[in-house]
Design a protein around this ligand. Structure first.
Ligand code: TNX
Length: 508
C-alpha cells in the first residue's frame, strides 16, 4: 500500500494497490436522505447489495436511484478505463462516496473494500448505527485472475445454506472462485440423473459415519446462483479415476467383478480407481461429465486425477487421455491436480493445480510444468501454506471443543506460514504469466460443522487472499498485516463467524 501521510491507515484486507488519505479531507457521514446512485444497469445489482449492507444504519435500506447524484450520496458508476473488469477506484470524502469500475465485478470488489471501512456494528446490529467513513482515495486491481477456496463436501457434507454462508464470508476477501470437491471415497454429493444410486447409497455416509447428504440439481443451481450474485464462479470437481469408492458402491458395473463394495468411512487415500478397460467406465464418465457440465455456467470442469496409488502407469495414462478429452468435449476448460501432468496427451490449455510444498517434492514441479508445456496455466495450492485443513500450532481446541485439522503437510501451519510465501518462487521455471491464480483448499476429514470450517479458514484465508489479490511489490509485513487483521477479526466476530485466535463468535 502506498500512503500519503502518517495517519493510521484504514485496515483493508487484501491490501489495495494504492490507498491514500487525502490531506485535510473530512470523513463521509451517511445522512438520512443519502441515496445510492447506480449509473448503468449492471451497477444496480451491486447497489442493491450495498443497500442491504447499509440497512442497519437507519433501519431501512437506502433508496437506489439511477441518476442525479447529490452531495451526500453514494455513487456506483460503470466507466471503462481499460483497467480490467475486477479493478475499481473508490473516493470517499465529506461530499460523498464515488465508486467507479469498468464492470459489475469491480464495483462488487470495491464494495467489499468499502464494507471494511464501515463501522463493524453494521454487521451485527438492527440499527440505528451512525455511519462515518474515513476520507480515502483507493485504486485497486487484482494480481491474479483466479482467487479460489475449495470446500470438500465429500468427506463431510455441508448443506446449501452452509455453503451460501461461506460464500458470503469469503466474498469479503475478494475470493472469486468456489471449487466444490463433490465426490470422494466417502461420498458422492451431487445428483446425476443417469445414476440415481450415486446419491442414494453413494451419498449415505461420511467420514466416521456422521451422516450423508447430497445436492439435488435444484440445490446445486441455488449454490451457483448465490455464488454468481457475489461474483464467485463455481468450479465443480468430479475426482477421477481415484477417490471413487463411493461411485463403486453405487454402480456395481464399475467394479471388475460386478459386485459393489460397502461404503467407506475412513480417511485413507489412494485405494480406489476406475478401470479404463471397462466399457461401463466410459459410459459413466461421459454421462457424469456431460450432466455436470450442463449444470455449470462457469468455464471450468475439475477432473481431479490425484492419488491413484492403486493404478499402474499405463492404466492411469490411458484413463487421463480419454477422460480429459471427454471433459474438454463438453466445452469446458479442464482443471486437474498436478498428477494429471503425467500425461502428455492433455487437451490444449488444461490447467494444473499444484498441491505439493513451497519447495516442490518428488516429481511435482515437472508434472506442473507439463501443463504449461501443453498450453495451460497453473493454480497454486502449496499444501504447507495454502491447505487450510492443516491444524494450527497452538493446539487449541476448535469451536466445538475438539481438536481440528490434519498434520501431514509439514503441519501444524500458522498464519505466518500462510502469509509468508511468494507464488513466483514455488515451481521453478514458471513465470508469473503462467500462474492463473491461487486456491486455498479446505479438506474436511476432521471438519463436521460450519463453525469448524470457518475456524480453520479464518484467519489464514485472509493471508492467502492477500497473496492472491495484492501486488507482488507490496511488502509482506506480518506486523502490519496483524494490525489490519484485528479489524477483520472484529468484523468476522460481528458477522458471527468463527475465527481461530478470536473470541468465540456469538451463536447465530
Ligand atoms: C490430500 S491433495 C488429498 C486429499 C486429502 C488431503 C488432506 C489432494 C489432491 N488430495 O484427498 O483430503 O490431502 O489434507
Amino acid at each position: 500500500m502506498t500512503t500519503s501521510n502518517r495517519m493510521p491507515l484504514p485496515a483493508v484486507i487484501p491490501a489495495p494497490v494504492s490507498l491514500e488519505r487525502p490531506k485535510d479531507a473530512e470523513p463521509f457521514e451517511l445522512g438520512p436522505g443519502a441515496r445510492i446512485v447506480a449509473v448503468g444497469t449492471a451497477a444496480e445489482e451491486v447497489a442493491g447489495y450495498l443497500a442491504q449492507l447499509l440497512r442497519p444504519a437507519t433501519g431501512s435500506a437506502p433508496e437506489v436511484v439511477q441518476h442525479d447524484a447529490r452531495d451526500g450520496d453514494i455513487v456506483l458508476a460503470l466507466e471503462d478505463d481499460g483497467s480490467g473488469d475486477e479493478s475499481y477506484r473508490l473516493d470517499v470524502d465529506a461530499r460523498g462516496i464515488r465508486l467507479i469500475a469498468p464492470a459489475a465485478a469491480g464495483l462488487f470488489f470495491g464494495v467489499q473494500t468499502l464494507r471494511q471501512l464501515l463501522p463493524v456494528e453494521l454487521e451485527a446490529s438492527d440499527g440505528p448505527v451512525p455511519v462515518t467513513v474515513p476520507a480515502v482515495r483507493i485504486t485497486d486491481a487484482p494480481r491474479f485472475a483466479y482467487r479460489g477456496v475449495m470446500l470438500d463436501v465429500a468427506r463431510h457434507f455441508l448443506t446449501v445454506e452452509e455453503v451460501e454462508r461461506l460464500i458470503d464470508e469469503v466474498a469479503l476477501l475478494k475470493v472469486n472462485h468456489l471449487h466444490l470437491h463433490l465426490t470422494d471415497d466417502q461420498g458422492w454429493r451431487v445428483a446425476i440423473d443417469a445414476y440415481p444410486a450415486l446419491t442414494g447409497i453413494g451419498a449415505s455416509t461420511s467420514v466416521d459415519g456422521r451422516g450423508g447428504g447430497h445436492y439435488s440439481k435444484a440445490d446445486y443451481a441455488r449454490i451457483v446462483a448465490h455464488a454468481a450474485a457475489r461474483h464467485l464462479t463455481v468450479v465443480p470437481e468430479i475426482d477421477l479415476p481415484g477417490h471413487t469408492h463411493a461411485a463403486l458402491t453405487a454402480v456395481p458395473e464399475l467394479n471388475p467383478d460386478g459386485v459393489a463394495p460397502a461404503p467407506y468411512e475412513g480417511v485413507e487415500v489412494g485405494f480406489s480407481g476406475l478401470d479404463p478397460h471397462s466399457p461401463a467406465t466410459w459410459t459413466f464418465v461421459e454421462r457424469v461429465l456431460g450432466e455436470v457440465a450442463a449444470m455449470t455456467p462457469g468455464p471450468y470442469l475439475h477432473l481431479g486425477g490425484d492419488e491413484t496409488l492403486s493404478m499402474g502407469d499405463d492404466d492411469y495414462l490411458a484413463f487421463v487421455a480419454r477422460a480429459s478429452a471427454i471433459a474438454a468435449g463438453t466445452g469446458k476448460a479442464v482443471i486437474g491436480w498436478h498428477e494429471l501432468g503425467r500425461s502428455r496427451e492433455l487437451p490444449a490449455g488444461t490447467i494444473g493445480q499444484y498441491w505439493s510444498f513451497t519447495t516442490p517434492r518428488d516429481d511435482s514441479a515437472e508434472r506442473t510444468r507439463a501443463f504449461v508445456e501443453q498450453g495451460g496455466r497453473v493454480i497454486l495450492s502449496p499444501a504447507d501454506v495454502a491447505y487450510l485443513d492443516i491444524s494450527y500450532p497452538d493446539g487449541v481446541d476448535g469451536p466445538e471443543g475438539r481438536p481440528l485439522g490434519q498434520d501431514w503437510a509439514d503441519g501444524p501451519n500458522s498464519l505466518a506460514d500462510s502469509y509468508g510465501w511468494d507464488p513466483e518462487r514455488i515451481v521453478p521455471g514458471l513465470d508469473e504469466s503462467d500462474l492463473l491464480g491461487i486456491e486455498a483448499p479446505l479438506w474436511t476429514e476432521t471438519v463436521t460443522t460450519l463453525a469448524e470450517a470457518e475456524w480453520l479458514l479464518f484467519p489464514r484465508l485472509a493471508a492467502v487472499a492477500e497473496i492472491a489479490w495484492s501486488p507482488a511489490t507490496a511488502a509482506r509485513d506480518l506486523a502490519g498485516f496483524d494490525l489490519r487483521l484485528d479489524a477483520l477479526r472484529a468484523r468476522l466476530a460481528a458477522m458471527g463467524v468463527a475465527c481461530h485466535g478470536s473470541e468465540p463468535a456469538p451463536h447465530r
